[in-house]
Design a protein around this ligand. Structure first.
Ligand code: PLP
Length: 442
């Protein structure tokens, strides 16, 4: 026994020796910032994961819009293995092929400009906020900049832009700001999809307007085409930057590389065909689970972030970039954009049929591509009156049926599945959603 204790203690599985469960060990040692579901996951394959009891679950949450190719994708594993045998990290003091290739691909996909690499969505936004200040102040005379620096960013109510101090200040939700003292200066929030409200909020200190093409965390709310075109017009007229937080809705999730292209598809206004923001942040689906973030800046302004202005140690390291390159290759090779649109449309028509069948339980289905929200009706009969969130209650009932989704806001069940989800897999999720709606309707 003593011998096996020593052997186990010296192996990487020493932690398993504890009598505590994984959940208990986590609770005892990890700061409790997350309200976790009582599920411990051990491995995955495609759209499925397994828990420690061997139960198979259909993952339609995708690690909150991250696992773009599902779990254990062979190409992601191969890219990790191949690159890890060459170079994992170099710092940004040197050039590497994977970073150069990824930057060139992103510029090809978005438009003429340049890319800054980082490690997460919040960090990408933080860089864009710094850039917005730099750009605004640089356009002012010295005295004017000292008296009233043009560094303010207008964002929207119910937006989410990350958990850094800048991200928290930019986020239009009080619950995210609570407890952290005065938010850093320079952010104003206006109602989403309301052009007049943005226009009224612009003053001499405004440097930029930043929106999500589809608001994610607060309930999957897409921007309208008129809003996007109006924002571009306003920014052009007033000399402001138009910034997009595409951390969740970008990277093909909407069925187009960027959600604005999807939203403006077929719009008769000629401005729709040439629409482009001045800056776009991205992360999540980029690395299919390997942490990587970035922001793109239009060619007219990108060189303003000159050497020494901004930086990060890990950002754009060869390992993360090699995976992100492979993710783009697989999406293109397997024509996953067509799949995102086909499976997304199948979800929407099937979910709308369920909404029609159980209108007292489901009141809306919205979104684009594979970023979809199903709204649980206020006062849905089977949802306990004391449930903290109707969406959370619905998600819990889906877990019982072996399907994972993510709540958004208090009433929206969010579907963010992998881009290679099949119609048969989608049908398994749809059947579970119908079964929950049916149970709640009685
Ligand atoms: N922006 C948006 C729109 C997001 O949805 C998120 C995360 O959910 C973030 C920023 C923050 O990204 P991260 O968690 O990678 O810092």
């Amino acid at each position: 026994m003593a011998h096996s204790i020593i052997r186990l203690a010296s192996s990487s599985s020493a932690r398993r020796f504890a009598t505590l469960s994984i959940a208990e060990t986590t609770a005892a040692n990890v700061v409790p910032t997350y309200a976790r579901y009582p599920m411990t996951l051990t491995h995955g394959d495609g759209a499925f994961v397994w828990d420690e009891g061997g139960r198979r679950l259909l993952d339609l949450g995708g690690g909150i819009a991250v696992n773009s190719l599902g779990h254990a994708h062979p190409e992601v594993s191969a890219a990790l293995l191949e690159q890890s045998q060459k170079l994992v990290h170099t710092s940004n003091l040197y050039f590497t092929q994977p970073q150069a290739d990824l930057a060139a691909s992103l510029v090809r996909l978005i438009g003429p400009g340049k890319v800054f690499f980082c490690n997460s969505g919040a960090e990408a936004n933080e860089g864009m906020f710094k850039f917005a200040r730099l750009h605004g102040i640089a356009g002012q005379a010295e005295e004017e900049a000292a008296a009233a620096p043009r560094m303010n960013v207008i964002t929207t109510i119910d937006s989410f832009h990350g958990r850094t101090l800048g991200g928290v200040a930019a986020t239009g939700q009080d619950k995210i700001k609570a407890g952290f003292g005065p938010p850093i200066d320079g952010f104003t929030h206006v109602p989403y999809n309301d052009l007049a409200a943005v226009e009224a909020a612009i003053d001499e200190r405004t440097s930029a307007i930043m929106i999500e093409g589809i608001q994610g965390e607060s309930g999957v709310r897409p921007a309208t085409a008129e809003y996007l075109l109006g924002l571009r017009r306003l920014c052009d007229e007033r000399g402001l930057l138009l910034l997009f937080d595409a951390v969740q809705c970008g990277h093909f999730r909407s069925g187009s590389f960027q959600s604005y292209t999807k939203i403006l598809e077929g719009h008769p206004d000629p401005a729709a065909a040439t629409f482009r923001p001045d800056g776009i942040s991205m992360a999540k689906a980029m690395g299919a689970g390997v942490p990587i973030g970035a922001f793109w800046l239009d060619e007219r302004v990108a060189d303003m972030l000159s050497a020494g202005r901004h930086g990060t140690t890990f950002g754009g390291n060869p390992l993360a970039c090699a995976v992100a390159n492979r993710v783009l290759d697989v999406i293109e090779r397997d024509d996953l954009v067509a799949n995102i649109n086909d499976v997304g449309e199948h979800f929407v028509s099937s979910l709308r049929a369920i909404q029609t069948e159980f209108p007292n339980v489901l009141c809306d289905v919205r979104g684009h591509g594979l970023m979809l929200g199903v709204e649980v009706a206020a006062g849905a009969p089977g949802v306990p009156a004391d449930a903290a969130s109707a969406a959370g209650h619905f998600v819990g009932m889906l877990h019982e049926r072996g399907v994972m989704t993510v709540p958004a806001g208090t009433h929206t069940v969010r579907l963010l599945p992998p881009y290679n989800l099949t119609i048969a897999e989608a049908d398994e999720g749809i059947a579970a959603i119908r079964s929950v709606a049916e149970e709640l309707s009685n």
